[in-house]
Design a protein around this ligand. Structure first.
Ligand code: NAD
Length: 503
């Protein structure tokens, strides 16, 4: 076991509650399960490279246990037939428990993911509680429709027709490592509000907060089996979950490559499927913008969470008259950023998630150079044993180069100038992805003309990465299928049943 973990007994660890919160098991039917198949999966602290835990790698047998537990909890009606106000109360209780355990959860996330502690507190903990409270409200507001029929047959017969919205069943939820606790909540909150039960598989890199979340689910008083967490690798635990016949729906967030695999496999037995996938979101800066605000906004759009954000503003298009000024301004911000541990309040850029991902991002930087991109700042690993990459700004990148087209998922932005608004639209839409986009301008007429022409599930104006539980979120094109948040996400967890009664 690692030195970080074993120091839990150390007096110094008194102010490190995250060490005592590490769990090295799965939670199935409310009980810890320690054994997976084969070799356990090591979990790292990305700021130091040290191993902090080992997790079971769930195989088909453990996945089956978890799906059976979720199946029993669903089929018995304990959860789906609970009064909606009862489901609402439990979701609200879970939100309270997340806040009450917020210090420990945020620190655990920073330890496991490397992200800045402030972001862990505000987003992983704070936003998770907000999302649960928002979704709790929907539990009591799920409705069907009353329908009038236009061709009643035989003539003279009367019909009463309506729709029922019913939970889709057992959900297999598979999530990535970039916002581990928040992503878990984005899946379980609407599923539970709708009356579904869940088997959640966090990313193998970041299982720790999902396990504490599952413990808090039990503490809140949810019936056993309503939420189960299995750990392990994608090719083993994840694939077994997707293939399991007891799963009714797969809710996946992750890369487009894996999303396509999962979508195809899910279709073999017509499982419902929603996919939140990758992005290469454009930041479009018009020549009438507030320049300082656009520069700061473009920096936040790409460097927030080390660029490990599906909507990261990784393509910067600036109208020619402002191009040099904005791109140099962005490079100045990037070169002044402090790299370090997420626990250090002075840190602005933490480590990437893994040495493998660090190498992948550095490889892309090499590709960008080979493609003729000009590195204005960054372009190298940071110092120390952690998985750091310096914030990197590429200028004059060819539009069809790989670094302008492929998702890098790190602190790397590629910039290009444009002339007309038509050019901006053409460049922004010249991508396989369509998740987010932002427009920076003070001219509402130009903004309004652009918004409908941009292929993106979310368009921000003079802001970027702003999300809210009431705002539907999802992708055009290869960025996904379906929507999260708002009323729209509930439809992903409900089946519509038409009822027609003759009288
Ligand atoms: P990934 O696709 O490698 O893994 C995501 C999850 O899928 C992990 O839990 C992994 O274990 C699992 N998995 C991998 N192979 C699998 C398989 N064959 N069968 C079943 N499960 C499998 O993605 P990642 O590297 O963890 O996350 C980064 C990606 O996630 C980026 O592409 C990013 O854009 C995307 N993302 C999208 C959103 C969104 O809302 N659209 C949000 C966050 C991240």
């Amino acid at each position: 076991m690692s030195s970080a973990r074993s120091s839990a007994a150390d007096p110094v660890a008194a102010d490190r509650p995250e060490l005592a919160a590490i769990r090295e098991f799965m939670l199935i039917d409310g009980k810890p399960v320690h054994e997976g198949q084969g070799q356990p999966v090591p979990v790292h602290d990305p700021a130091t490279g040290r191993i902090i835990a080992h997790q079971p790698d769930a195989g088909p047998a453990q996945v089956d246990l978890a799906v059976q537990a979720a199946r029993r909890a669903f089929d018995s009606g304990t959860w789906r037939d609970m009064l909606p106000a009862g489901r609402e109360r439990l979701l609200l209780k879970l939100a309270d428990l997340i806040e009450q355990n917020g210090v420990e959860l945020a620190r655990l996330e920073t330890l496991n993911n490397g992200k800045l502690l402030g972001i862990a507190q505000g987003l992983e903990v704070g936003a998770s509680a907000q999302w649960l409270r928002y979704m709790a409200g929907w539990a009591t507001k799920i409705t069907g429709d009353t329908l009038s029929l236009s061709i009643p047959f035989p003539p003279g017969t009367h019909y009463h027709a309506y729709t029922l919205a019913q939970p889709v069943g057992v959900v297999g939820a598979i999530i990535p490592w970039n916002f581990p606790l928040l992503m878990a909540v984005w899946k379980i909150a609407p599923a539970l509000a709708a009356g579904c039960t869940v088997v959640l598989k966090p990313a193998e890199e970041t299982p720790l907060t999902a396990l504490r979340l599952a413990e808090l689910v039990m503490q809140a008083g949810f019936p056993p089996g309503v939420v189960n967490v299995i750990t392990g690798r994608g090719e083993t635990a994840g694939a077994a979950l997707v293939a399991h016949p007891g799963i009714d729906k797969i809710a996946f967030t992750g890369s487009t490559e894996v999303g396509k695999l999962i979508g195809r496999r899910a279709m073999d037995d017509m499982k419902r499927v929603s996919l939140e996938l990758g992005g290469k979101s454009p930041v479009i800066v018009l020549d009438d913008c507030d320049v300082d605000r656009a520069v700061q906004g473009a920096a936040a759009a790409i460097f927030f969470n080390q660029g490990q954000v599906c909507t990261a503003g990784s393509r910067l298009y600036v109208q020619r008259g402002l191009y040099a000024k904005v791109v140099q301004g962005l490079a100045d911000v990037a070169s002044s950023m402090t790299l370090g541990s997420g626990f250090d309040p002075a840190t602005q850029i933490g480590p990437l998630i893994s040495s493998r991902h660090q190498q992948r991002v550095l490889d892309y930087i090499g590709i960008g150079r080979a493609e003729g991109g000009r590195v204005l700042t960054g372009g190298a690993a940071g110092e120390g044993d952690g998985y750091f990459v310096r914030p990197t700004v590429f200028a004059d990148v060819p539009q069809h180069g790989r670094i302008a087209q492929e998702e890098i998922f790190g602190p790397v932005v590629v910039a290009q100038p444009f002339d007309s608004l038509d050019d901006a639209v053409r460049l922004a839409n010249d991508s396989a992805f369509g998740l987010g986009a932002s427009i920076w301008s003070n001219d509402l007429t130009r903004v309004q003309r652009l918004i409908p022409r941009i292929d993106a599930g979310t368009v921000w104006v003079n802001t970027h990465n702003m999300l809210d539980p009431n705002m539907p979120f999802g992708g055009f094109k290869q960025s996904g299928v379906g929507r999260e948040h708002g009323k729209a996400v509930l439809e992903m967890y409900l089946e519509k049943k038409s009822v027609c009664m003759a009288y």
